[in-house]
Design a protein around this ligand. Sequence first.
Ligand code: HEC
Length: 362
Amino acid sequence: MMEKHLGRGLCLGSVLILLLGGTGWSASLNGPALYAKECASCHSKDGRGSLEDTTLTVPLPDFTDCSSNSSASTSDWNDVITNGGAFMGLSDQMPSFGEVLSPEEIRTVITYVRNFCQEEGWPSGDLNFHKTLFTSKAFPENEAVLKQEFLKGKKGTKEWTTTLSHEQRLGARGEWELSLPYVVKETREKTTAGPGDLSLEYKHVLSTHTEKRALTAAALEVVFPSGDHDRGLGDGTFKFEPSFLSAIALHQFVLQNQIQAVLPLDDDQADRQMRYRLAGSYPTSLLRHDLVPSLEVEFRHNLQGESNEVLLLTPQLYTGLRFRGHVALRIGAQIPITGTDPFHYRIGAALVWEYLEGGLWW
Ligand code: HEC
């Protein structure tokens, strides 16, 4: 009789152990409990980073700082937590949890860490899609961009434009940008060189839809007549360029859109124009440094005088130069398809550096 009971008990016991083992008992831990158990020893309970642990020699991220908490994408954080800091070019003092936590638990703990940012309105880093050469992006950034363009014009003219831009976030949703161009123009007769028209832009995110992976923004760019107009290095008038920007991800495919008006103060100096840009990108993987092929389509027409419709196509390729993708290169060629061709072709290359994410060489 005793043996029978014992047998049944053992049997029940092993079924229970099997069940618990099979479903992973720890899977029932919620975000706060997972964080307290695995992360708080270093990142501290309040998410600001522990000051007690003196064995750590690298500064810890402050998860309550919304600007850095919202800028990383979920897939980047997933990689850091699963594979450890070293995998993403960070310190190996951030351990890997791929063997300790299930993918589900890692998702749960990421959601918990995101909530350390208590302010409303910060757009999720998951909406930070790759920038293309000519279509402005809707997501605000802290970055420096060095852009080189070569334009082969009609009648043997050539033009090299080097533009240095600085973009900086302002609050949860804003960004300002200053662009300084340097122009070299070559005609059959002569070559002129000097600073072009500098521009200042403010951009503001209007709406975000994190689940649908979409966002919209508005921007206003003011172009100053700083280039020497008489030598052909600038338009010689102020220009106001308001834009509506939007982006949406459909599975892996990303569509970005810009509708822009170009409104010169003096219509005789520059064309009053509408520009419609659409960029489609297909990231080959979720890793930020991987290749991304894109195609931009731009349609322009003048709002006064001759309509002068132009259709431009720009196939291009993006590649990260550093593992985390905070230094990246984009290169492409713009080709006029229809219209009274304004030029033969334009080659563009942009070196993008997200300076808050890391140095140029690490
Ligand atoms: C042994 C200490 C330690 C533990 C435990 C630890 N971390 Fe870290 N973590 C670090 C350090 C150090 C860094 C900074 C690495 C760097 O900047 O080079 C870091 C960085 C990170 C980052 C990158 C933040 C960024 O800048 O993008 C995330 C995300 C993160 N940890 C999440 C977690 C989570 C979630 C847990 C628990 C599952 C955890 N960490 C456990 C030490 C730790």
